[in-house]
Design a protein around this ligand. Structure first.
Ligand code: SAH
Length: 235
């Protein structure tokens, strides 16, 4: 669980802002619906959003905006996802406390922290080395011990630790990478933005049934950066 070293006296200066952010999310979900038929978000997801200090995942000049319900730049042309989308994608995975989760696109590490609050183990893969290193340092400083960090092309998943109860892809693909479908457990759930448009894709939920058959549903439009292929190996 996150400990906030900015508040050594136990006082958390940003708690009120975090609660306000969660109230905004609850209101927006009430208007827009989640797309999977749930009337509201899992309260465990909302509690995780109240615990994780989002201001620690953005640069110091953006801290005042950390609790606005919108994406923010994190460098390398990438963004930390909008809190509403983080909440809904996490909700859609139906995580149990013993879940093993694969995340593609560590970015700032914020979504990863939310997953780590709710699951037993999170394996996260990032293709940009600097982002991966920063996220790792940040999440370790916050006290997370149930995250494994990997550098590479997340479209290939991480077969060594498969299968996963849940897979979250935080960058848009043209289709669902077959390796990820293979690495999903029967009964597992995968969320991924799918589309070719740089500004609008569909958030797709894939459920694998007990017999290993997959069922897909496009839920609502989202805007994610595209999945990149891995850079060529160095000399
Ligand atoms: N979940 C992140 C935001 C992710 S933005 C957060 O909460 O901050 C998308 C991230 O996916 C970026 O960091 C980008 O570098 C990464 N990415 C893009 N293509 C990838 C790939 N093929 N494998 C792994 N990571 C990838």
């Amino acid at each position: 669980m996150a400990e906030n070293p900015d508040a050594p006296d136990g006082r958390d200066a940003m708690l009120a802002e975090r609660r306000a952010m969660v109230e905004t999310i609850v209101r927006e979900v009430g208007w827009s619906k989640i797309g999977d038929g749930s009337p509201e978000l899992d309260p465990r997801v909302l509690e995780a959003l109240v615990r994780v200090p989002r201001e620690r995942f953005v640069s110091s000049d953006l801290r005042a905006e950390a609790y606005d319900n919108r994406p923010l730049p994190i460098g390398h042309d990438q963004t930390i996802s909008q809190p509403l989308i983080v909440a809904v994608m996490t909700h859609l995975l139906h995580l149990e406390p013993d879940a093993r989760v694969l995340e593609v696109g560590t970015g700032s590490g914020y979504q990863c922290a939310i997953l780590a609050e709710l699951a037993a183990l999170v394996l996260t893969i990032e293709v940009v080395a600097e982002l991966a290193a920063d996220a790792r340092a940040r999440l370790e400083a916050l006290g997370y011990r149930n995250i494994e960090f990997h550098l590479g092309d997340g479209a290939a998943g991480w077969p060594a630790a498969a299968p996963y109860d849940a897979i979250l892809v935080a960058a848009a693909g043209r289709s669902v990478p077959p390796a990820l479908l293979e690495q999903l457990k029967p009964g597992g759930r995968l969320v991924i933005p799918i589309g070719t448009d740089a500004f609008s894709q569909d958030l797709v939920l894939v459920e694998k049934d007990r017999d290993g058959r997959t069922h897909r549903r496009a839920l609502f439009p989202v805007a994610f950066v595209p999945l990149r292929s891995a850079p060529p190996a160095g000399p």
